[in-house]
Design a protein around this ligand. Structure first.
Ligand code: FE2
Ligand code: FE2
Length: 280
């Protein structure tokens, strides 16, 4: 499989460039003591940069559709990696004592081994559904943290990233709709894929990233499951007043191939379930 870089459209520009961000303008006092943001930003930077590694698996999955391959190589992969590099630069600026490289090496060794083609969905159409679920998760998560943080440079960074993520969702959904015209899956198959990816989204990659960030941040202190549970609980507690539940439900429900009237009815109980689940 040729590297993902070979699929790029020459000269294509991204919407923003993290190297143009003035990291010296960060109000370090406003953010440095926020441990929750440290763990979130450091973990997210590790996960986002991994797009460089698994983009080639995804490109291989869509090898029969040059339009998807071109967009993945030209925009999606570079934008995801840029999210990671921008967050890394931010973390290194505010918490210079943190050895980001050590955490990245540990994370890549464990998570990289899991990034295989077998992890993808059985058909390209269902993989597009899975991608929409992941992009729904990132769009709404960056929306919530953008609402939560007060530090101006980070707010701008989150604004850039959440716009990219929403854009990714729209692209994957549009490609799914083209696929579905000739290779449709049942509403059940789509709903099952959504459910599976939703239950994955905040576990595997985020969990592994947090574990290694924690280990590097706290040398000599063994990582315990309780540390992850405490972190997840704090994120949920803080997110409750910032997370756009209705947007998330709407983005996911519209993927299911059912008549519009059913989808509208379905949204309300699902919104209730999502809010209840956030209290557990
Ligand atoms: Fe991203
Ligand atoms: Fe994305």
């Amino acid at each position: 499989m040729p590297p993902a870089t070979q699929h790029r459209i020459p000269g294509a520009e991204l919407r923003w460039n993290y190297e143009e961000i003035d990291f010296d303008a960060i109000d370090c006092e406003a953010i440095r003591n926020d441990q929750l943001m440290f763990y979130m930003l450091a973990s997210a930077s590790l996960v986002e940069i991994m797009a460089e590694l698994y983009a080639s698996n995804l490109i291989e999955k869509f090898r029969d559709t040059p339009e998807v391959v071109g967009w993945l190589g030209t925009y999606w992969q570079r934008e995801e990696a840029q999210h990671g590099y921008a967050l890394k630069a931010y973390v290194e600026h505010v918490w210079p004592e943190f050895d980001w490289q050590a955490a990245n090496t540990r994370f890549r060794a464990e998570y990289g081994a899991l990034c295989t083609e077998e992890q993808l969905e059985p058909s390209p159409a269902l993989e597009l559904i899975a991608r929409c679920v992941v992009e729904t998760g990132t769009t709404t998560m960056y929306h919530a943290v953008h609402d939560y943080v007060r530090e101006p440079v980070l707010r701008q960074l989150f604004a850039n990233i959440k716009t990219d993520e929403a854009n990714h969702y729209s692209h994957f959904r549009q490609y799914y709709e083209s696929y579905a015209q000739s290779r449709a899956h049942s509403a059940w198959a789509v709903a099952r894929t959504i459910w599976r990816r939703m239950t994955d989204i905040h576990t595997e990659d985020s969990y592994i990233a947090f574990k290694h960030v924690f280990a590097v941040r706290n040398p000599g202190q063994p990582f315990r499951q309780e540390d992850w549970r405490n972190f997840s609980r704090t994120v949920k507690d803080k997110a409750r007043s910032h997370y756009p539940y209705a947007v998330a439900v709407k983005m996911l429900v519209r993927l299911i191939p059912l008549p519009q009237i059913f989808l509208q009815i379905l949204q309300w109980p699902l919104l209730g379930i999502a809010r209840l689940a956030s209290r557990k």
